[in-house]
Design a protein around this ligand. Structure first.
Ligand code: ADP
Length: 257
């Protein structure tokens, strides 16, 4: 365990989305797993007070958070201790508790939470933020910036480019000088598990298409790729399974691996 929380963390990346339910935590989880498969040591800091879902997606049971001299000790999701997790969910007695907190209490807790985790040596720390842009985001950034932040990955749905939520997200990044590292389009079409002829035959565009790419052009940032709606992915997330291991042949993950 390190002396200073983030001192031995090489990269810090925020994962942002304009609103809830677009797959921000899903992309955070899969990004972490893809990095683990690439041999990296990864941490996830889950500050999503509205729904801290990272522990569930990685099958880490609610646990007591231990303290050492350097701060809160993260929980490891794997026996090799390559994936460290710290979730605001670990600190809440009950998952509805945060909803009733007032702003200052939230920002104070988030501030302390961001600064006081003893991560040790990590290649990448992914920060799963609450949806939208709020005081909580500013508090996260302020505290992370005492160390360093590399930038943010924006998660959007195909049709979201025209919505105010995403525009607000971009304005937030510009105003806070937070670099947009890239954009992932999630829920991009539907992969039917009953047809397995070829990707063209099984891929339906339920929402419109191309929003992520358009957004990338608009912001001058990198389009990282798209992830379709895949029932296998939902199931692996529910069961805390590693999707990349369970479905290594899946073409859905070219985007984020
Ligand atoms: P957010 O963090 O943006 O609120 P989540 O990552 O929690 O959203 O995703 C919301 C729900 O949608 C979850 O139940 C998740 O399993 C599911 N989901 C997200 N992306 C996909 C996808 N590409 N395919 C299938 N299910 C998905």
């Amino acid at each position: 365990i390190s002396i200073n929380g983030l001192a031995e963390v090489k990269h810090v990346v925020l994962v942002l989305s304009g609103k809830g339910g677009v797959g921000k935590s899903t992309i955070t989880t899969e990004l972490a797993l893809a990095l683990i498969h690439a041999g990296k040591k990864v941490g996830i800091l889950d500050v999503d007070l509205c729904g801290p879902s990272i522990p569930r997606m990685l099958c880490v049971k609610k646990t007591e958070v231990h303290q050492c001299d350097a701060g809160w000790v993260p929980v490891y999701a794997d026996p090799k201790q390559q994936l460290a997790i710290m979730s605001i969910g670990f600190l809440l007695e009950d998952s509805n508790e945060a909803v009733i907190w007032r702003g200052p209490k939230k920002t104070a807790l988030i501030g302390q939470f961001v600064s006081d985790v003893a991560w040790g040596e990590l290649d990448v720390l992914l920060v799963d933020t609450p949806p939208g842009t709020s005081d909580e985001h500013l508090s996260v950034l302020e505290n992370l910036r005492k160390h360093r932040v590399d930038g943010a990955v924006l998660v959007t749905t195909p049709q979201a480019v025209s919505t105010g939520d995403v525009r607000r997200e971009i304005t937030f990044c510009k105003k806070t000088a937070l670099k947009i590292l890239g954009i992932v389009e999630n829920m991009s079409g539907f992969v039917c598990p009953h047809c397995s002829v070829s990707i063209e035959h099984i891929h339906f565009n339920i929402f419109s298409k191309g929003g992520g790419e358009e957004l990338a052009k608009l912001t001058g940032s990198v389009f990282l790729g798209s992830v379709p709606l895949d029932p296998h992915l939902t199931a692996t997330l529910e069961e805390g399974q590693d999707f990349l291991q369970a479905f290594p042949e899946s073409s859905t993950y070219t985007a984020i691996s």
